[in-house]
Design a protein around this ligand. Structure first.
Ligand SMILES: Cc1cc2nc3c(=O)[nH]c(=O)nc-3n(C[C@H](O)[C@H](O)[C@H](O)COP(=O)(O)OP(=O)(O)OC[C@H]3O[C@@H](n4cnc5c(N)ncnc54)[C@H](O)[C@@H]3O)c2cc1C
Length: 456
C-alpha cells in the first residue's frame, strides 16, 4: 500500500519525487521519518560538539565520546546498518536500494551522520563484500563485529606507484610462506585506507597480486583480511586530503614488509579478487553520491539564509535581490533535483534488474554528482564572501568531500571512459538505423516526386 497523504506531508519527504514515494513500503516510510528526526535533533545540532572533542590533540584519533554515545543510541532505535539491501536476508533491515537512497540523502546532511548509523564508507562496501564472499567462520570473526558497531574496517587497494584505477596494475605481493604454506607473506606499498591510529579500526581488506605470471590478468590477484596489528605492517604517514587530516578515520600510506597473516584470511579463494571487486561495485558505490546530495542541500540552505541576511546589503540590496543570484539559486535547485533523479534511477535499476544491470546508471551518478555538487557548494561559498572559505562555515569541508568523491571508488574519468566505450559499441546499430532512414527516404522521394539530391 503506498504511503498516505498525511505521511507524505512530513518534511522528510519534501524532496522525494512522487514516483519514488509511490514505491515506499510502510517500513521505509517509518524509517525515513526516524532518520530525519535523528539528523534534525541529534546530529546537526551536535556538529560543534564533535569538532570540539576531536580538536583536543590527545583525543584526535579516538572515536569521539559523542559518536560512541550516538552509535549506541542509534543501534537501540533500530537505525543501524540500514544500507544492507534486502538480498542479504536476515542481515538486512529490509530496505530496497531506492528506499535506502532516501535515508542516505538525509544522513548526508552532516559528513559524519552516516557513521552514527553504521552506514559510512568504507565499512558499508566492506560489510556488503564480507556478507557476500566470506565463509561462515570469517563472517563470525570479521563481519559481525563491524555489523554490531564494535569495530571499523578499511579497504586497501590503491597504490602510490601504480595506476590503480586499472586494478590489474596492483603490484603489492602475496606469497605462501615457503616454510609453512598455512601462512601468507605480504610485501608492498599501499595508499589510502583508514589511518591505523584510529582506535576502533580492526583490519584492512587488502587486494594484492598473488600470481603475477598467470596469463589471465583477472586471476592474478587475491583479497585477504589483514588485522591492523599484524607485524610487518607499518603506516608511513597519515595523508591529508586538501589539507585536512580527516581525523579520527584518516587516510594512511602503508608499507608491508614480510607481513604474515594466516592463509585462512583469504576471502573466496586465491586469484578471485576481481570477482570480489566486481561484487563490491554494487550499491556501496553510490552511497557517497546519495549522501553528497544531502550535503549539498545543506550548503544550499546556508546560501538561502545568506541571500536573505538583512545585515548583508552590497549596494543597498540583499544578496538574494541581485538577478544573478536569483538565477544561480534557481539553477542550483534544478541541478540538485535532476541529480537526485539520476541517483534514484541507479538505485531503482539495481532493485529491479540487479547490480550488474545498474552499472551504467551507477557510472552516470559517479560522473555527474561529485563534480556538480562541488560546483554548487563552490557557488554557495562564494555567496558567503570571505567567511565562506573559513572554518566559520562547514562549506570548505563540504566542498572537499564532493571534490574527493570525484576520485574515491575510481576517478570520474575512468567511468566516463567506460561509458564512452560502451556508447561507441552501439555506433554500428545506430548507423544501420540511419541507413534504413535513407533507404526509406529514397522510396518516399520516388513516391512524392522529390529530387533526392535536394536534401542529401
Ligand atoms: C578521500 C579519498 C579516499 C579514498 N579511500 C580509499 C580507500 O579507502 N581505499 C583505497 O584503496 N583507495 C582509496 N582511495 C583512492 C582512490 O580510489 C584512487 O585514488 C582512485 O581510484 C584513482 O586511482 P589512482 O590514485 O591510482 O589514480 P590513477 O589510476 O593513477 O589515475 C590518475 C588519473 O588518470 C586519469 N585516468 C585514469 N583512468 C582513466 C581512464 N580510463 N580514462 C581517462 N582518464 C583516466 C584520471 O584523471 C585519474 O584521476 C581514496 C581516494 C580519496 C581521494
Amino acid at each position: 500500500m503506498p504511503p498516505s497523504e498525511s505521511d507524505l506531508e512530513h518534511p522528510a519527504f519534501a524532496r522525494i519525487p512522487p514516483w519514488v514515494q509511490q514505491k515506499l513500503s510502510a517500513k521505509a516510510v517509518e524509517t525515513i521519518k526516524k532518520v530525519h528526526h535523528w539528523m534534525e535533533t541529534e546530529v546537526i545540532p551536535a556538529e560543534p560538539i564533535l569538532k570540539a572533542q576531536i580538536s583536543q590533540p590527545e583525543k584526535r584519533w579516538k572515536t569521539p565520546p559523542i559518536m560512541k554515545e550516538l552509535r549506541e543510541k542509534a543501534k537501540k532505535e533500530g537505525l543501524f546498518n540500514l544500507f544492507l539491501p534486502k538480498s542479504f536476508g536476515d542481515l538486512s533491515p529490509g530496505l530496497t536500494n531506492l528506499e535506502y537512497s532516501c535515508c542516505a540523502e538525509i544522513m548526508g546532511k552532516v559528513y559524519w551522520g552516516a557513521m552514527t548509523m553504521n552506514c559510512h564508507a568504507p565499512d558499508t562496501g566492506n560489510m556488503e563484500l564480507m556478507a557476500k564472499y566470506c565463509n561462515e567462520e570469517q563472517k563470525e570473526k570479521w563481519l559481525m563485529p563491524v555489523l554490531r558497531g564494535e569495530k571499523f574496517s578499511a579497504y586497501s587497494m590503491t597504490e602510490p606507484d601504480r595506476a590503480t584505477s586499472d586494478a590489474t596494475n596492483i603490484n603489492c605481493r602475496i606469497t605462501r610462506d615457503p616454510k609453512d604454506p598455512n601462512w601468507l607473506v605480504i610485501n608492498g606499498r599501499k595508499f589510502y585506507g583508514n589511518c591505523i591510529w584510529g582506535e576502533d579500526l580492526g583490519f584492512y581488506i587488502l587486494m594484492a597480486c598473488s600470481d603475477p605470471e598467470n596469463p589471465n590478468p583477472w586471476k592474478r590477484h587475491t583479497t585477504v583480511i589483514v588485522p591492523k596489528d599484524t607485524p610487518g605492517l607499518k603506516m608511513v604517514r597519515n595523508l591529508t586530503v586538501m589539507g585536512y587530516d580527516w581525523a579520527p578515520e584518516g587516510h594512511g600510506e602503508y608499507l608491508y614488509t614480510n607481513a604474515r597473516i594466516p592463509a585462512e584470511n583469504i576471502i573466496l579463494g586465491e586469484g578471485r579478487a576481481f570477482e570480489i571487486a566486481q561484487g563490491r561495485l554494487g550499491p556501496g558505490r553510490i552511497h557517497h553520491c546519495m549522501r553528497l546530495l544531502g550535503q549539498t542541500e545543506r550548503a544550499y540552505e546556508l546560501a538561502l539564509i545568506r541571500a536573505t541576511d538583512q545585515r548583508k546589503k552590497p549596494r543597498g540590496k540583499l544578496i538574494g535581490e541581485f538577478d544573478s543570484n536569483i538565477e544561480r539559486l534557481a539553477s542550483m535547485r534544478l541541478q540538485l533535483d535532476s541529480m537526485r533523479l539520476v541517483v534514484m534511477n541507479a538505485a531503482d535499476t539495481m532493485d529491479l534488474k540487479g547490480n550488474k544491470a545498474g552499472r551504467y546508471a551507477i557510472a552516470q551518478s559517479k560522473i555527474l554528482v561529485p563534480q556538480a555538487c562541488a560546483d554548487i557548494i563552490d557557488e554557495c561559498m562564494q555567496m558567503h564572501g570571505g567567511a565562506g572559505v573559513t572554518q566559520l562555515y562547514p562549506l570548505p569541508e563540504m566542498w572537499t568531500y564532493a571534490r574527493f568523491v570525484r576520485l574515491a571508488d575510481g576517478p570520474d574519468a575512468a567511468h566516463r571512459h567506460q561509458v564512452g566505450r560502451d556508447e561507441l559499441k552501439k555506433a554500428g546499430k545506430v548507423k544501420e538505423q540511419h541507413d534504413a532512414y535513407q533507404r526509406r527516404y529514397k522510396e518516399l522521394c520516388q513516391k512524392w516526386g522529390v529530387d533526392e539530391e535536394t536534401f542529401l
